[in-house]
Design a binder for this molecule. Structure first.
Ligand SMILES: Nc1ncnc2c1ncn2[C@@H]1O[C@H](COP(=O)(O)OS(=O)(=O)O)[C@@H](OP(=O)(O)O)[C@H]1O
Ligand SMILES: Nc1ncnc2c1ncn2[C@@H]1O[C@H](COP(=O)(O)OP(=O)(O)O)[C@@H](O)[C@H]1O
Length: 198
């Protein structure tokens, strides 16, 4: 590590930005199998936050892998690096005063805990997007499970790559039992109860 890189303290504090925005900042860390509903839920929550005048943003697995994380694959090392980078980017968004949602499978507990360690206590909200593999496979909107079952995709999460479900998430959303709107409502209500938003 080059110890000539000195962190430059910002003149404007997180508290200044919370005061400016009228709400706290932090990360909604959605984790779950492919097809469980992470992107849909993250965007539905983001839309509700927008209507409430909250400064928020969504970082989505598919999108980020076309840009910042282009070239990373789905082997264990690449998934670890993918999530490491997203944790750091999410921290920057939270430091800027926003409520940032990350919609990544983020299959490994250790990587999610490493991301959690970047945030002040209470500002990392892990949301397990809980959906049985069989339901995810039935949905299969991109046909990837079918390809994985035919051996056309290797290291596919839930098929031949592990997913480690959260042991103690802040929220569990069972998307096989709740509509998209109800699921988003549960998340926004949690933010209100935790005094993240007015
Ligand atoms: N091998 C393999 N395993 C799992 N997923 C795969 C794979 N190949 C491509 N895809 C598509 O990539 C999306 C998951 O990317 P993530 O960055 O969220 O994955 S990870 O957090 O690095 O595990 C995931 O998107 P979502 O369905 O939105 O989760 C898949 O559509
Ligand atoms: N709460 C829900 N109830 C029913 N279907 C859902 C729900 N959430 C998402 N879906 C559907 O499941 C599929 C996968 O959703 P998506 O958000 O792409 O999942 P992920 O981002 O986890 O891969 C989509 O067809 C979506 O419309």
């Amino acid at each position: 590590m080059d110890n000539h890189i000195i962190w430059h303290k910002s003149a404007i504090t997180r508290e200044d930005r919370h005061h400016l925005n009228g709400h706290k900042s932090g990360v909604l860390w959605f984790t779950g199998l492919s097809g469980s509903g992470k992107s849909t839920l993250a965007n539905a929550v983001d839309a509700q936050l927008y209507e409430l005048g909250v400064r928020s943003y969504v970082l989505d697995g598919d999108n980020i892998r076309h840009g910042l994380n282009k070239g990373l694959g789905f082997g264990i090392e690449d998934r670890i690096e993918n999530i490491r980078r997203i944790g750091e980017v999410a921290k920057l968004f939270a430091d800027s005063g926003q409520i940032v949602s990350t919609a990544f499978i983020s299959p490994f507990r250790e990587d999610r805990e490493q991301a959690r360690s970047l945030f002040p206590s209470g500002e990392f909200i892990e949301i397990f997007v809980d959906c049985p593999l069989a339901v995810c496979e039935k949905r299969d909107p991109k046909g990837l499970y079918r390809k994985a079952r035919r051996g056309e995709i290797r290291d596919f999460t839930g098929i031949d790559s592990p997913y480690e479900a959260p042991l103690n998430p802040e929220l569990i959303i069972e998307t096989y039992r709740h509509s998209i709107f109800k699921a988003a409502d549960i998340v926004v209500s949690y933010l209100r109860n935790q005094k993240f938003i007015p």
